[in-house]
Design a protein around this ligand. Structure first.
Ligand SMILES: *Cc1c(COP(=O)(O)O)cnc(C)c1O
Length: 487
């Protein structure tokens, strides 16, 4: 935002934010002020437009291509939410703006949105309270495990371990370890869910929590979930639900009803906000009643008069986890999305996400090995092991997909499937797009079967439209030049 500067008498330069009489003044010491205008490059409008249009076309995203990246829920991000987030009433808000000045409500609307979003996420997940502060899924996990640690500390429990199935997302063990726990990886059984015998072997009074993704990264819902939470609760271990992708159960089942005490959600997955190229996301965390007193400060509370306030008075809080209140713009978009879809819309999104995944799986079963998940939910994992016997690996098929205008699925994850390709179509894709993907996958399977040397000659160096990734990562100049295909 542009600051309007004015010279003051004391040799300082002060400024106020235009259009807002907030009483805030920014003062900059004269030493740091320019004496000459900055020499900014001058370019014409068409040059600027061409530059940014060219850059935008180098992008591979949900707005340009089918993007079935498993576990990442790369669903289409509706543009009306961008419009809402760019309303001046929101963009001109400043996080340091007082909530109330002489009875005037300066930020009441923003606080109400945060408050309402926390309420609606609690309702969707069956949790008592939510904090929208964490700014990514992994950040939500870390916050969640810190809440678990605070709970045990208050009770005087001596806990050392966090149990995580071996199909868990890599951020799960990382978050548990950063929060100070030792991670125990529990193997999966032949159905692809956590092995119950191994779970029983590892659960003990020393276990602080069990982190589960359900359905897991194989797209399978764990049928033992109630039993697992009962056993965990007996050892006073907290059940943690990784709800980064709630797409499979939103509106159908609630983690709170399944015995979970902590949940994190990725608004940049399930609730259709952009992933932002690694930029702003949001990983809100919900808790059951017994963990609520440890939530991060501040909390948005509603006073009896209907006013919203930020409450810092929580003696047992784990403290701050994010500056101000997290990524407000992202929260706003997710809230708008939820309001537009409503209860029925969210349920329909879930049903279509599952239907689309099952449709793809059904049509690819003959061409590829699909080792787990007869009843997959929102995603499933292909193994390119049959193709690998002929020397064509998952990465070759992935690169063949890029050449045919499709972003490849997640490959080589989860680790328990050889030559894994994890496919998540999401609910926002049409039948035509799914059929196109099926056609291309079948074509690649046929080439791998009949003329595998084709992959050796050509797609191994694919995608042909880009330099090789090592060179691209090491040398930005090379990455921006047209490819000479020497990689
Ligand atoms: C994406 C994802 C995460 C991590 O979320 P980030 O926002 O990338 O930090 C955690 N768990 C699962 C299952 C995920 O898919």
């Amino acid at each position: 935002m542009e600051l309007i500067f004015e010279k003051s008498r004391k040799g300082k330069i002060g400024g106020t934010l235009p259009g807002q009489d907030t009483g805030m003044k920014v003062e900059i010491d004269r030493r740091y002020a320019r004496s000459r205008d900055a020499e900014l490059p001058c370019v014409s409008e068409p040059e600027v437009v061409r530059h940014f249009t060219r850059l935008s076309r180098m992008n591979f995203g949900v707005d340009s291509h089918f993007y079935p990246l498993g576990s990442c829920t790369m669903k289409y991000n509706p543009k009306f939410t961008e419009k809402i987030a760019s309303l001046e009433e929101f963009t001109s808000l400043h996080p340091l703006q007082p909530q109330l000045v002489k009875g005037e409500k300066l930020t009441q609307g923003a606080l109400e949105i945060i408050y309402n979003l926390e309420q609606v996420l609690s309702e969707i997940t069956g949790m008592a309270e939510f904090t929208t502060q964490p700014m990514a899924g992994a950040h939500g996990e870390l916050t969640g495990v810190m809440l678990i640690a605070a709970y045990h500390k208050k009770k005087g429990n001596r806990k050392k371990y966090v149990l995580i199935p071996d199909s868990g997302h890599g951020t799960n063990p990382a978050s548990a370890a950063i929060a100070g726990y030792e991670v125990v990886s529990v193997p999966s059984d032949e159905n692809g869910v956590m092995d119950m015998a191994k779970f029983r072997e590892n659960i003990s009074e020393e276990v602080a929590g069990v982190m589960l993704t359900c359905p897991n990264t194989l797209g399978i819902f764990n049928p033992h979930i109630r039993e697992i939470s009962d056993i965990a609760h007996e050892a006073d271990a907290i059940m943690y639900y990784d709800g980064a992708n709630l797409n499979a159960i939103m509106g159908k089942a609630r983690p709170g009803d399944l015995g979970f005490d902590v949940v994190h959600l990725n608004l940049h997955k399930t609730f259709a906000t952009p992933h932002g190229g690694g930029g702003p996301g949001a990983g809100p965390v919900g808790v059951s009643e017994r963990l609520a007193e440890f939530l991060p400060v501040p909390r948005v509370v509603k006073h009896p008069g209907g006013e919203f306030r930020l409450d810092y008075d929580l003696p047992l809080s784990i403290g701050y986890v994010a500056p101000f209140y997290g990524n407000f713009g992202v929260l706003l978009k997710a809230y708008a999305y939820i309001l537009l879809l409503g209860r029925e819309g969210l349920v329909e999104a879930t049903e279509n996400a599952v239907l689309n995944a099952r449709y793809l799986k059904f049509h690819l079963e003959k061409d590829y090995e699909i080792p787990y998940g007869d009843n997959c939910l929102h995603e499933f994992v292909i193994s390119a092991s049959r193709q690998a016997e002929k020397g064509v690996r998952a990465i070759d098929i992935a690169k063949g997909l890029i050449d045919r205008g499709i972003h490849p699925p997640t490959i080589y994850f989860p680790l328990i499937v050889k030559e894994a390709m994890m496919v998540e179509p999401t609910e926002t894709e049409s039948r035509e797009t799914l059929d196109m993907f099926i056609r291309v996958m079948k074509e690649l399977a046929q080439i791998a079967d009949k003329i595998p040397e084709e992959f050796k000659n050509f797609p191994r160096n694919a995608p042909v439209g880009r330099v090789d990734e090592v060179k691209a990562a090491k040398d930005m100049d090379v990455a921006l030049l047209p490819s000479d295909n020497s990689g």
